[in-house]
Design a protein. Structure first.
Length: 83
């Protein structure tokens, strides 16, 4: 990386995520809180025994589709960094 980009201007996003320049930190924080809450709530809903849980064989696919959907809808502004 040091040979290609000695100042770290174009390769800084390889190991981390950065928000757009015109998006405030408060907006990105709220975006990540809502995305993480949705992920947690949906995983609890998928695994709940009283809520007819997902088939054990389809549970990983369901969680993967959930992460992909949340990332595609909420990850545009802050770099897909749901926790």
């Amino acid at each position: 990386f040091e040979e290609q980009d000695p100042k770290g201007e174009t390769t800084m996003g390889v190991f981390s995520t950065y928000p757009y320049a015109n998006v405030s930190n408060a907006h990105c924080f709220l975006n990540e809180v809502v995305g993480s809450a949705m992920l947690l709530g949906m995983i609890f809903a998928l695994a709940d025994e009283f809520n007819k849980p997902a088939n054990p064989y389809s549970f990983p696919i369901s969680v993967g589709a959930l992460v992909m959907g949340i990332g595609m809808s909420f990850g545009v502004e802050s770099g897909y960094a749901i926790n």
